[in-house]
Design a binder for this molecule. Structure first.
Ligand SMILES: Nc1ncnc2c1ncn2[C@@H]1O[C@H](COP(=O)(O)OP(=O)(O)OP(=O)(O)O)[C@@H](O)[C@H]1O
Ligand SMILES: [Mg+2]
Length: 463
């Protein structure tokens, strides 16, 4: 018997979210007239002016008035720049693409750096495609594959066609389908009683959910129940799909389908980034703008967040300048915790603010973030402990806050997790973190400054 052919799951090209440190942030926490709610709303504490400025940016984006410009969040370490960028994207809506990268991510031996940046630009631009398609939709009441002798004379039997009956509110229809659709149906795990639709011209099958006639089967289920579709089984239906321009690039760059070995290899290997050419992108842009003109698709510009922007170099900055002016541009948010520094690749030039060339700097709306006061630090640590599910007693909280003021907020936040481990090990009731745990952790882990000082003095590693 032939080995089963692995069916490669089609994965979206979305990135994993790498911002677990900000899971307590749920938005900018502004009132309807754009004022910052002082404490805790949306998980954001303090930093009121920056939050209000970001709220204005969100309004500008919604009014489509940000083109050619970008935002720079400038401020010291752990003043909430990354958290702000995340909150802006949350305020723009749930289906809005958010693509966070770090400046140094674009350097790779395989791909040109401008190419890597372009790819991320296109990850951050969404397209909502509305298509009216001819579909068959209804609850599956019959699903019988019809078998036939294998025409090649082998032992196995093949499926010659598939009989499926769909029921809608207005009637039922029996369809005789091609065996290839049977595969699609198996992949979607369709069974009797499910509501599905089948696209008439492509044969694509989509499982909508389970018919609500079956809703009382069990009490507790992770199933989504949907009503029996209205109207006829065979009808025209508007289907909405969200994709990013990068998804379109990838989908069109790789040869798809086909049974030959090469195309199977192509699917098993990682998609090669270099296959997407400028020409292909231009073609896709043309099709996209045609769709937009025809009203089939809407552009959903998202957010491209470039952290540590001083890691970009002169070439990429010029590219960025141009890309901001294109009609297809997402909201670009840059962040930097550097003051005056050299522009990478331009060490002979004078120092530049935040390591950004002045011509780009002139296009930026600069939002400063400020260091926190003691009260705010204590609240942020409290909020963080709550989302992490940690139980901190008040003496310990005070001490961690003190460290936040004396050393840095990041160091203070960093100590929470190891302290909770110590608390659990000591078997205290409820794993409550006490002052001793925090002090022990403080002894175990150095903060950045102390560590650097140790190196600089006689007991440094390199003599
Ligand atoms: N105003 C705030 N309210 C709640 N949490 C905050 C606030 N500011 C910062 N935090 C939290 O503090 C931590 C550090 O903040 P963040 O990573 O955003 O700093 P940053 O400005 O990006 O620092 P860096 O320059 O080092 O990248 C994060 O866990 C963040 O969610
Ligand atoms: Mg950051």
């Amino acid at each position: 018997m032939a080995a089963p052919v692995p069916i490669a799951e089609v994965k979206g090209t979305a990135r994993e979210n790498r911002t677990a440190a900000h899971s307590h942030i749920k938005g900018l926490g502004l009132t309807s007239d754009g004022r910052a709610v002082p404490s805790g709303a949306g998980g954001f504490i303090g930093q009121a002016a920056a939050r209000e400025a970001c709220g204005l940016v969100v309004d500008l984006v919604k009014a489509k008035k940000m083109s050619g410009r970008a935002v720079l969040l400038a401020g010291g370490p752990a003043t909430g720049k990354t958290a702000l960028a995340l909150a802006v994207s949350q305020e723009l809506g749930t289906k809005v693409p958010f693509c966070p990268i770090v400046g140094s991510e674009i350097y790779s031996a395989e791909v040109k750096k401008t190419e890597a940046l372009m790819e991320n630009f296109r990850r951050a631009i969404g397209l909502r495609v509305k298509e009216t398609k001819e579909v068959y939709e209804g609850e599956v009441t019959e699903l019988t594959p019809e078998e036939a002798e294998n025409p090649l004379g082998g032992y196995g039997r093949t499926i010659s066609h598939l009989l499926i009956t769909l029921k809608s509110a207005k009637g039922t229809k029996k369809l005789r389908l091609d065996p290839s659709i049977y595969e699609a149906i198996q992949k979607e795990r369709v069974r009797l009683g499910d509501v599905v639709y089948i696209e008439a011209n492509t044969g694509a099958v989509k499982r909508v959910g389970r018919s609500d006639a079956y809703a009382t089967e069990f009490d507790l289920e992770a199933e989504e129940y949907v009503p029996i579709p209205k109207g006829d089984v065979h009808k025209k239906k508007e289907i909405v799909q969200d994709v990013t321009l990068h998804d379109l690039d990838v989908a069109n760059a790789r040869p798809q389908g086909g049974q030959d070995i090469m195309s199977m290899m192509g699917q098993l290997m990682k998609p090669k980034k270099t296959e997407i050419t400028e020409k292909l992108r231009l073609e896709i842009n043309k099709v996209v703008s045609k769709y937009i003109d025809q009203g089939i698709a809407d552009l959903v510009p998202g957010v491209l967040f470039i952290d540590e922007v001083h890691m970009l170099d002169l070439e990429t900055f010029t590219f960025l300048n141009r890309a901001l002016e294109s009609s297809l541009s997402p909201l670009v948010i840059l962040a930097s915790n550097r003051g005056l520094t050299h522009i990478r690749g331009g060490e002979s030039l004078p120092l530049a603010a935040h390591g950004i060339p002045p011509d780009l700097l002139a296009r930026l709306l600069i939002v400063p973030t400020h260091p926190y006061q003691q009260v705010e630090i204590s609240k942020i640590i409290g909020a963080r402990a709550k989302t992490e599910g940690l139980n901190v007693d008040s003496a310990a909280l005070d001490y961690v806050t003190e460290l936040g003021v004396k050393v840095s907020l990041r160091y203070a936040l960093q100590l929470l997790a190891p302290a909770s481990v110590l608390a659990k090990v000591s078997g205290r009731e409820g794993g409550k973190i006490t002052l001793d745990d925090v002090k022990e952790c403080e002894g175990l882990f150095l903060d950045a400054k102390t560590s650097a000082q140790n190196m600089g003095t006689a007991n440094g590693f390199i003599a």
